[in-house]
Design a protein around this ligand. Structure first.
Ligand code: 5GP
Length: 189
């Protein structure tokens, strides 16, 4: 695995908080009066899911989780998705909002959408805090998106590198030993 050199803040906790408030407002408006279920994709979405769920005002809101992993190397994914924790909730007639940390190739969500297709949900939409449109390999686009970001490997706000850095409140670019020098002001670790 490449050696980590330093972290560079890309999106601050304050910017994230403002964006999550904004997304919650849109979701409140679109899901008012509907039987709604947030489906968090573990592990990366746990921080966003907790923040978003506490900012919406949906009386009938249910929450559930799936854990998926896709095979690939340390910083990219392939199209092979493995379900590690499956749904227990009945989705029949429910409006499902998949809550994701980041949409990259779109392979994970394309797989999940087709996996959920025969669960009789009334609707299935996607809400992601981060989106890398330049990396997309599928037709899939999120219905709600926090920040479109360039092609960089990021950690924090739930996202990891080798299971570390998830707890960072900011979204940071991870720079590796041997790569071109990044922007000034990176935090050495
Ligand atoms: P996709 O299937 O869209 O290619 O990949 C989605 C998953 O890949 C995300 O849920 C996340 O786990 C991982 N991923 C994609 N880009 C990044 C990134 O920049 N940083 C981290 N930590 N994970 C990423």
């Amino acid at each position: 695995m490449p050696e980590v050199k330093y972290l560079e803040t890309m999106i601050t906790a304050a910017q994230i908080d403002e964006k999550v408030t904004d997304l919650a407002r849109q979701i409140d408006r679109d899901y008012a009066g509907k039987d709604t279920i947030f489906l968090g994709i573990l592990k990366g979405s746990y921080v966003f899911m907790a923040d978003l769920a506490r900012k919406v005002h949906l009386d009938q809101l249910e929450m559930c989780f799936m854990m998926v992993s896709s095979y690939g190397d340390a910083t990219t994914t392939s199209g092979n998705v493995n379900i590690k924790l499956d749904l227990e909730n009945d989705l029949t007639g429910k409006h499902v909002l998949i809550v994701e940390d980041i949409v990259d190739s779109g392979n994970t969500l394309a797989y999940l959408k087709s996996y959920l297709a025969n669960r009789q949900a009334a609707s299935v939409k996607i809400c992601t805090i981060l989106n890398k449109p330049s990396r997309r390999k599928t037709q899939l686009e999120p219905d709600y998106c926090g920040f479109a970001i360039p092609d960089a490997f990021v950690v924090g706000y739930g996202l990891d590198y080798a299971q570390k850095y998830r707890q960072l409140p900011d979204v940071c670019i991870l720079h590796f030993e041997g790569e071109e020098a990044g922007a000034e002001g990176g935090k050495r670790i």
